[in-house]
Design a protein around this ligand. Sequence first.
Ligand code: BEZ
Length: 211
Amino acid sequence: MALRLGDTAPNFTAESSLGTLNLYDFLGTSWGILFSHPADFTPVCTTELGKTAKLIQEFAARNTKVLALSVDGVASHQEWIKDINETQNTTVNFPIIADENKEIAYLYDMIHPNASATLTVRSLFIIAPDKTVKLIITYPASTGRNFDEVLRVLDSLQLTADYQVATPADWKQGEDVVVIPAIKTIDIPAKFPKGFTEVKPYLRLTPQPNI
Ligand code: BEZ
């Protein structure tokens, strides 16, 4: 059955461009982003992995480790990484998993047979430190992902985990956040000393608590 939000991310051990890797050991107590791409030496994927490499400090600042996956082998990944580094002017220093027998692709439901019988779609999973799946997004092969959005969701998820707030539509860093419905209005001042605005009894806004 397909993975759903709140499920435990299945563990695996696999070969990667950085050697043999166990997912849980690799992540440790960090947040994780596992994302698949259809194949090595493809144009959109080349730009995605270059972009991810450029953002690696942003992910690190969010205590987040990234790992990519495709159904090609390690030798292919190594050659392709040279191209990515050259064409995207970066250094890929995160692992790309070699899932040649598609075990992980099936485990994470990354192959959508009506899109392609053999290639992974652009699946992306955010995994919390407790190993639960917090986000699943799926793009078609022809559309490169928006990694600013991935960072934005990561910020939102971490705010929810740390402060019991949610984030409204199109929220960006620094903007007001929403107090989750589980918190009674009478309890808000103690939890959110920066103050709050009650737009409706069910819509309470407060300044972003961690800035
Ligand atoms: C790409 O990564 O560029 C790509 C892969 C498969 C189909 C279309 C584009």
